[in-house]
Design a protein around this ligand. Structure first.
Ligand code: AMP
Length: 417
C-alpha cells in the first residue's frame, strides 16, 4: 500500500474531475459504500472460487467474531446497498458512480498495488443493450478526455444461465481430452472455474486455446441478439472495438456483455497491452445477494494505471497560477504585521503565498517567482515602523508604497487591470 504524495495529487484531481463531469452529464449519482463489508458480500457476489476472493481478499474476523473483508472491488457493495436501501422503488434505472480505494493482496509491481483507487459507473434496473454501449462509451470518453493514447476496447459476450452451462460443458469436455497438455492452474480450473482457461497467459495453453470451442458460436438467441445490438450501438457512436473471444473477466457475476479497455505501454523491445479498466453486465447479481431480479451493467477503471499512462504518454496538467500575491517580510515586527495582513487577504478571497521561515529577501523573491505571484508585497523594518507596504509588480518590476490598511483594496484594484 502506498502513499499518494503531493506530487501525484494533481493527477488524482484531474481524473476525479473528468469522471465527475461525465457523471453529471449522463445523470449518474455519486455513492460511497463502506471500505469494509461482510465477507459474504464478496463470497457470494464476486464469487468464492475467483482469484480475487480466494487469493487476493484481505479478510479478517473481528473480536466479536464477524467475518469481514476490505472491499476488493466496488460492484457487490453497490448491489448490497441497492437492496438494503430499497433502490428498486427509486425511478429506474438507478445510475450510480463512485471513486475510492480498493484492496487486493497481490504481488506488488508497477501498476499493481495492494491499495489502489478505482472509479466506476453502474446502471441498475435496465436490461437493454443501449446501457452496455453507454457504459463502454463513458469509460472510453473519460480516458480520451484525459488524453490517453492507443486506447482499445475489447468486447465479448459470455452468455447467460440459458446458454453458458452448455458451453461450459463443451469446454470442459474439450479440455479434459487435453488435460495432460494444460498448465497446472488450468487443470484446476477445469473443475472450479473453467471459463478462466480462456484468459490463461501460459505459453503451454495457447495452442489448446486457439482450437477451443468459442462461446460466441454457442450463445442462445437472446444473448446473440443482445450482443449484436451492443455492437451496432458501438458502431453508431464510433467507439472503436475489437471482438475478443477469450475475454471472460475473472468474476462470477457477469452475464452477456463483458469488456476491457487497454492502452499500450512502451517497453524496451515492444509495446505491451495493459488493462486500464473493464466491466460488463451482471443481470443475476442482485438476486444472488438476496434482492429482486434486477438487470444491471457497469465497470471500473484503475486510477493508478491511468496516472502511469498519463505520465508515460507525457500528458501535461495545466496548473493554475498558485497565488496572486506573495507576502515577504524582514524582521520580527514586519512578521507580526504580515500575519494580520495575510488574514485580511484571506477574507478578501485573494490567494496569498508566504514563507515566514525565510528571512532573506532574495530567497523570498525566488519563492514568489516559483508560485507565479502577480504582485509581491514587501514589509521591511522601515515599512513596519511607518505602517506602509511596498507593492512590487512582478511583471515589470515597478514598485509603489501604500498605507498598510489600504494594501488589500489596492491589490484588489491592481488585479482587476
Ligand atoms: P478488474 O476489475 O480487476 O479488472 O480491475 C479494474 C481495473 O482496476 C484494472 O483495469 C486496473 O486498472 C485496476 N486494478 C485492478 N487491480 C489493481 C491493483 N492491484 N493495483 C492497481 N490497479 C489495479
Amino acid at each position: 500500500m502506498s502513499d499518494i504524495l503531493p506530487t501525484d495529487q494533481k493527477y488524482f484531481k484531474k481524473i476525479y474531475e473528468a469522471a465527475h463531469k461525465m457523471a453529471d452529464f449522463y445523470g449518474f449519482m455519486k455513492i460511497d459504500t463502506p471500505i469494509v463489508e461482510n465477507e459474504e458480500v464478496f463470497d457470494k457476489g464476486t464469487g468464492a472460487s475467483t482469484d480475487i476472493v480466494k487469493k487476493e481478499m484481505f479478510a479478517f474476523k473481528t473480536k466479536g467474531g464477524d467475518a469481514l473483508a476490505l472491499r476488493p472491488e466496488g460492484t457487490p457493495g453497490i448491489a448490497r446497498s441497492f437492496i438494503e436501501n430499497g433502490m428498486h422503488s427509486w425511478p429506474q434505472p438507478v445510475k450510480l458512480w463512485y471513486f475510492g480505494p480498493f484492496f487486493r493482496y497481490e504481488h506488488p509491481q508497477a501498476g499493481r498495488y495492494r491499495q489502489f483507487w478505482q472509479f466506476g459507473f453502474e446502471v441498475l434496473g435496465e436490461s437493454g443493450p443501449v446501457i452496455d454501449a453507454q457504459i463502454i462509451q463513458i469509460f472510453y470518453n473519460i480516458l480520451k478526455e484525459l488524453k490517453l493514447k492507443d486506447l482499445s476496447v475489447e468486447v465479448n459476450s459470455i452468455g447467460d444461465n440459458q446458454c453458458r452451462p452448455y458451453y461450459k460443458k463443451l469446454l470442459t469436455n474439450y479440455l479434459k481430452s487435453r488435460e495432460s497438455s494444460l498448465c497446472s492452474e488450468c487443470r484446476r480450473r477445469i473443475k472450479e472455474n473453467v471459463l478462466r482457461f480462456l484468459d490463461c497467459k501460459e505459453e503451454k495453453c495457447q495452442p489448446i486455446k486457439t482450437e477451443a470451442p468459442q462461446i460466441l458460436d454457442h450463445l442462445c438467441d437472446e444473448c446473440k441478439a443482445h450482443f449484436k445490438t451492443v455492437l451496432e450501438f458501438l458502431d453508431e457512436i464510433e467507439v472503436p472495438y475489437q471482438l475478443n473471444p477469450y475475454l471472460v473477466r475473472g468474476l462470477d457475476y457477469y452475464t452477456k456483455t463483458v469488456f476491457e479497455i487497454t492502452s499500450l505501454l512502451e517497453g524496451e523491445t515492444e509495446k505491451k497491452k495493459i488493462e486500464l479498466g473493464g466491466g460488463g453486465r451482471y443481470d443475476k447479481l442482485l438476486k444472488t445477494l438476496g434482492g429482486r431480479d434486477t438487470p444491471a451493467c457497469g465497470g471500473a477503471v484503475g486510477v493508478e494505471r491511468v496516472i502511469m499512462f498519463m505520465k508515460r504518454q507525457g500528458v501535461e496538467i495545466d496548473e493554475p497560477r498558485e497565488v496572486s500575491v506573495f507576502l515577504s517580510q524582514i524582521g520580527d515586527m514586519a512578521k507580526r504585521k504580515s500575519l494580520k495582513l495575510l488574514d485580511q487577504f484571506r477574507k478578501a478571497k485573494i490567494s496569498v503565498g508566504e514563507s515566514f521561515g525565510r528571512d532573506s529577501l532574495k530567497a523570498q523573491m525566488n519563492r514568489a517567482d516559483k508560485l507565479g505571484a502577480r504582485f509581491t508585497l514587501i514589509i521591511g523594518q522601515k515599512e513596519a515602523l511607518d505602517g506602509t507596504v511596498i507593492i512590487r509588480d512582478m511583471k515589470n518590476g515597478k514598485q509603489a508604497i501604500v498605507k498598510l490598511e489600504k494594501a488589500v483594496s489596492e491589490v484588489k484594484e491592481m488585479l482587476k487591470k
